[in-house]
Design a protein around this ligand. Structure first.
Ligand code: ADP
Length: 482
């Protein structure tokens, strides 16, 4: 086992625990398809124990001052930063992402803890002008209580901190189920929470090879007041239904189908740099990855040529190897999906500009790919690719491309490139998306609200708004003040 991997049991009530059944499951390095560790395989009973711990810890965590919570979160933030080597190595081993991206994610994940540690001190209320002289009317904001989180494998650390940090800052406790593929980053984060003296039971991690049973507990236990989920739209819909019986608050960060539009007046260099960052980061496995490229006819050839030059030079391989910028896909199902979408597009007339086949490294590696001549009858236009494949269509008209861009049930991120200020406003306002990158391919930061509209979800993470997801408003009306 690599030296960085030390934590393989669930973290509940401040202690490391085997699953009650004693079962474990394999965590696999997607670059080698080899087992790198075995972790606790928890069931519904284990999940309920974690809820017990979070419930028990709630009162005393709530009663801490915001300054005390700030101090503990800042300690956690510092420890995450100081542990970058360990965390980045674990992340690359279990997710396959290049080491440089893992280091960037450690910083990104830490930035949420720092941001919400600060926000803990700013959970202000309101005084409302009273309706009569004998009254005082106030609004107080209080933590919702015990929260549950279910997170995906593509950002094994940051998707956790952007839920856990605001929850803890707001005085909530949390139970977390990380993705089955990437439990090790989550457990290392839990270790650091303990080391930061965050009290036992405030942050609990339950690992499981199948999320279903744990997910049922998290969405049906009445002691949990809020569920925050990042993952596929299909699972999000299921969890929403499961949460209905206890009327839980929910935040849902679900799938996307991001359009990336390049107008004739765009700066090509900027557009290509943005396309590379948005499309190929994490080997195309982010929910804000550009999924459909629409390039205006006057710039199409030049854009495709410049993008091809950049993509051809990408080094593919094990994320720990020097200079690698593209890793493997996460598992066989993902690989099959990507290969199937490319195959379908090719059969329907797509032009293979670069790649278009499994990589010669074998296993879960797929060639960084560019497909041209994409048309709307191809599956690749309608499904989230989640792989290193840029699917490019040509367009003529602004109104037409906006209609195409919006013609999807999803509404997470959109990108476009133009130097025309009037167009920038028109297009920004017309795009039905929660986030729009304008002449910019990387939009996520702890300071901005991340989230989608339509079937991409509800709620926002990060920023001053991210805290609201973990707070209830309480209206206080004092009468008889004659
Ligand atoms: P992805 O396609 O990114 O793997 P999923 O939605 O399948 O997206 O997974 C995201 C998270 O949801 C993971 O932690 C996974 O274990 C969990 N999950 C998947 N199915 C369920 C379910 N039925 N109930 C609860 N959690 C689930």
């Amino acid at each position: 086992m690599p030296i960085s991997i030390q934590f393989t049991q669930s973290y509940v009530g401040g202690s490391w625990k085997d699953s009650r059944s004693g079962k474990t499951y394999e965590v696999v390095d997607p670059s080698t398809s080899k087992c790198i560790a075995r972790v606790s395989d928890c069931d519904a009973q284990d999940a309920t124990q974690a809820v017990d711990a979070a419930h028990q810890a709630l009162k005393s965590w709530q009663s801490k001052t915001s300054v005390e919570r700030h101090g503990l979160l800042i300690k956690w933030f510092q420890l995450v930063q100081q542990s970058a080597d360990m965390l980045a190595e674990i992340m690359t081993l279990e997710s396959g992402k290049p080491l440089s991206e893992s280091y960037a994610e450690v910083n990104y994940a830490a930035s949420y803890i720092e941001w919400f540690a600060e926000e803990a001190k700013r959970v202000y209320g309101d005084v409302i002008p009273a309706v009569s002289p004998d009254k005082k009317m106030l609004v107080q904001r209080q933590g919702v209580g015990v929260c549950a989180a279910i997170t995906p494998w593509n950002f094994p650390l940051a998707m956790i901190t952007r839920k856990a940090a605001p929850a803890l800052a707001a005085g909530c406790t949390m139970v977390l189920k990380p993705a089955e593929a990437t439990p090790l980053s989550a457990l290392a984060l839990a270790y650091l929470a303990g080391k930061a003296s965050i009290p036992a039971g405030v942050f609990n991690v339950v690992t499981a090879s199948h999320g279903v049973d744990v997910g049922k507990v998290f969405s049906q236990d009445a002691r949990i007041k809020k569920l925050s989920f990042t993952g596929s739209t299909a699972v999000g819909k299921l969890l929403l239904k499961q949460c209905a019986d206890t009327v839980k608050r929910v935040s849902m960060e679900l799938g996307g189908n991001a359009p990336f539009i390049v107008f004739n007046d765009a700066d090509i260099e900027q557009a290509v740099a943005g396309a590379i960052a948005s499309k190929y980061r994490n080997t195309g496995q982010t929910c804000v990855c550009a999924n459909r490229f629409y390039v205006q006819s006057g710039i199409y050839d030049r854009f495709v040529k410049a993008l091809s030059d950049a993509v051809k030079s990408m080094k593919v391989g094990h994320g720990l190897d020097e200079g690698v910028v593209q890793g493997p896909l996460i598992n066989q199902a993902s690989f099959n999906k990507v290969a199937g979408l490319v195959q379908d597009a090719k059969q329907k007339g797509a032009e293979v500009v670069v790649g278009g086949e499994p990589h010669s490294l074998g296993g879960l590696f797929y060639q960084p790919t560019i497909l041209g001549n994409i048309s709307s009858d191809m599956d690749i236009v309608h499904q989230e690719i989640f792989g290193p494949v840029a699917a490019i269509s040509v367009f003529e008209d602004e109104a037409d491309v906006i209609e195409k861009a919006n013609n999807t049930p999803y509404g997470l991120a959109a990108y476009f490139y133009s130097k025309d200020i009037a167009r920038v406003w028109r297009v920004s306002e017309a795009l039905e998306y929660g986030m729009v990158g304008i002449n910019e391919g990387v939009i996520s930061t702890a300071m901005a609200p991340f989230g989608g509209v339509k079937e991409s979800g509800m709620g926002r993470e990060g920023s001053q708004y991210g805290m609201d997801e973990y707070l209830e408003l309480k209206y206080l009306c004092m009468g008889g003040l004659n």
